[in-house]
Write a protein that binds this ligand. Structure first.
Ligand code: SF4
Ligand code: SF4
Length: 363
């Protein structure tokens, strides 16, 4: 496993975690086997916006002897009264559900307590008005919740909550479909979505990625808007290239799916290369670097994707990005203008010209 650091807290979080929305009514021992194997393979970050309440007792048993080694995202607003997942902003329902979840998970603390799935500004108001937000803040003040998070699909709603200054982690739906305006949760334009990722990076808010495969649609050539099947490794790499992203949380209904997801760790650069998505680049995003490094290798040894990422972040006002840029062994000033990247870039970035712009900016 590889790990990235949570800016507010310093926790080391595995870049591939485990989502639980696909957990239905699998047998308890099968859920436990998947979770145990994930831990053995280095997964330490688990989202618990589960598809079914059966998840909780199984996770509680599977993690009983390693609870302190893992991080759990628990959602204040996910209700399992009926056994199935339900969404609520009702305070009493949330209290009851959190108490039940903690009991089944055999734990008395929550690593990441999430404001759950708010996609409209009116949802935020309802969440505040019901007292749910205050309940979460009180648990954080008591130390029972160690970090506050937010899950949402809508950049506008996320900005509203980020403005409160209470969130350390955002769970957001990121995949090339949504960023390119395709699908139910393609909320906000590509430019607005990229600006949100940059804001998170600049403010030290980590992003945990949900729906990286859009429930398998991207892995199916017949249903993918790219008219080709992407692999899990390509989707995971796409998400990990976005500013602010710490971890990607694909679900795994069984051991095969878990191993399929973790195959990213051993995949080659070619296997992770997702430049095939360029065929659907929206007009507003043509010529914008997506940090994919499909243009590598640069004969002068520049990491083109990383240089562009630091530049975009710095230009958006992130002072740390400028510091990171200065530590690079090769910067835009080392570009020899050979044009190799221009000819290789499927996203129509005029990179050699951009390198001059970047060198000027940082000088
Ligand atoms: S210039 Fe093009 S190919 Fe190179 S990292 Fe940027 S988007 Fe990818
Ligand atoms: S133009 Fe500059 S950044 Fe692009 S491949 Fe050549 S040396 Fe590298």
């Amino acid at each position: 496993m590889r790990y990235r650091t949570l800016p507010h807290g310093g926790e080391q979080i595995g870049v591939i975690g485990l989502g639980s929305s696909v957990v239905g009514q699998q047998r308890e021992r099968d859920i436990m086997e998947t979770v145990r194997t994930a831990v053995e393979l280095g997964v330490n970050y688990f989202d618990l916006a589960a598809g079914h309440g059966a998840c909780f007792p199984a996770y509680g048993k599977a993690l009983a002897d390693c609870r302190k080694d893992v991080y759990l995202q628990i959602h204040f607003g996910a209700d399992y009264t009926t056994g199935e997942y339900g969404w609520t902003t009702d305070l009493e329902a949330i209290k009851r559900s959190i108490g039940w979840q903690l009991e089944k998970l055999k734990t008395d603390y929550i690593d990441f307590g999430f404001i759950h799935c708010l996609d409209e500004r009116s949802d935020v108001e309802a969440y505040e008005k019901s007292g749910a937000l205050q309940y979460l803040l009180d648990m954080a003040a008591q130390g029972a919740v160690r970090h506050i998070g937010l899950s949402s699909h809508n950049p506008d709603t996320v900005h509203r909550v980020l403005d409160m200054g209470i969130v350390d982690m955002l769970m957001f739906s990121i995949n090339p479909m949504y960023d390119y305006g395709q699908g139910e949760y393609a909320m906000g334009s590509d430019g607005e979505r990229q600006a949100l990722y940059r804001r998170c990076e600049a403010e030290g808010v980590g992003i945990a990625v949900m729906k990286p495969f859009n429930a398998g649609q991207l892995l199916d050539a017949r249903r993918s808007p790219f008219q080709t099947a992407l692999t899990p490794a390509q989707c995971i790499q796409y998400a990990l290239d976005k500013p602010g992203v710490l971890t990607v949380l694909p679900g795994a209904a069984n051991l095969d799916e878990l191993r399929r997801n973790l195959a990213w760790l051993d995949a080659s650069a070619e296997e992770r290369d997702y430049s095939v998505i360029a065929s659907l680049t929206p007009e507003e995003s043509r010529g914008r670097c997506v940090y994919c490094n499909h243009c590598a290798p640069c004969p002068a040894g520049l990491n083109v994707g990383l240089i562009n990422k630091y530049y975009d972040l710095a230009a958006a006002g992130d002072p740390l990005a400028a510091e990171h840029y200065k530590t690079l062994a090769k910067t835009a000033a080392d570009c020899v203008g050979c044009g190799h990247c221009d000819s290789r870039c499927p996203f129509h970035v005029e990179q050699s010209a951009r390198m001059k712009e970047i060198a000027n900016y940082f000088s």
